[in-house]
Ligand binder design. Sequence first.
Ligand code: PMP
Length: 426
Amino acid sequence: MSRSDELFSRARRVIPGGVNSPVRAFRAVGGTPPFIVRGDGATVFDADGNVYLDYVQSWGALILGHAHPRVVEAIRAAAANGTSFGAPTPGEVELAERICAAVPSVEAVRLVSSGTEATMSAVRLARGFTGRSKIVKFAGCYHGHADGLLARAGSGVATFGLPDSPGVTGAQARETIVAGFNDLDSVGDAFDAAGEDIACVIVEPVAANMGVVPPAAGFLEGLRKMTEASGALLVFDEVITGFRLSAGGAQRRFGVTPDLTCLGKIIGGGLPVGAFGGRADVMETLAPIGPVYQAGTLSGNPLAVAAGLAMLDAIEDDPPYERLEAMAERLIDGLASAAAEAGVPVTINREASLFSLFFGPGPVADYAGAAAQDARGFAAFFHAMLERGISLAPSAFEAWFLGAAHRDADIDRTVAAAREAFRETR
Ligand code: PMP
């Protein structure tokens, strides 16, 4: 029995499914997840001494690789001064200033401890500001696990084929209208039907939780126009895309400015962080200025803030975006030709360095397209890659995450492994 097998069976006795977040359990691909003991750059090491080239990168929370020296040193220095005060600290002011300077829509921002908290709070704020109750989300977009946002969600919810989640009341579900990604007509229908009741439209500007699905030309602009016309707020969930597509996120790349933006992952440098921010007049509706309540004991935590600032400093000193995009192109070209050689039909969607591979002929422009892929083909490919020391996210509905720590040689090794994996599993 491997050490990971042993740990997994102990874990299953005391943690539901043996994991603290469902997709980690490998249910969609089968087998035992390797228990990770260490990471270094693009590499992770498991409890059995296996070494993997890592394309999970903490599900996109890392963009400079594991244990980046600047981030580790910042955390060490902050920890020596105390881990939490529940009082304002200088670091959180600096992080807020940096986010406001980088992200076009953000005039004011509040830090929280996860992406889920960010989206949940943004939706409450949108309701409080507009005095309206309904929200529009898109099938296949994942915005964390707050009750009203679980309808037809992507990521783990899509991976396990869950329609919605028990525990979400009918009353909550009725406040959520689900539209089709890249389908402005369906959004128009929502506004026709519910009109003045819609508080906000929330969207991943580049969907990355049903695999990667970029917005069609005019889609984000259309959402901007429709929300403006109705008096609803437009909320971009940039938990994945923020500081990954560019320092200004998807909104800078596409030139569409939402009213509110949700962030997470990269801005915490691998520590638990989220943030929501946007128009000053909307943000001022929050307590203690306004009546919409939102709070957190560990919000703006000094270690998380120090890690986030170190990460943003490193990105600013040496912007990784061009190199990440070039590596993504190199990898995609290699994967596409490896699949073609083996006669395996795949569709690869990419926006900047963010991409994913669907097992099917495509095209994939929405959740129906993503769900039509061959998930069994992915599972076989996933294991064939893992055996070759390449760690992908254990679900066909996730993006591949590159970081500045990946090298061209890593990309070439990945393509060589994929060539064998496609042939072996076709
Ligand atoms: N929004 C998006 C777009 C996400 O990808 C995620 C998590 N993958 C979340 C929100 C929720 O973030 P967290 O897991 O930190 O709660």
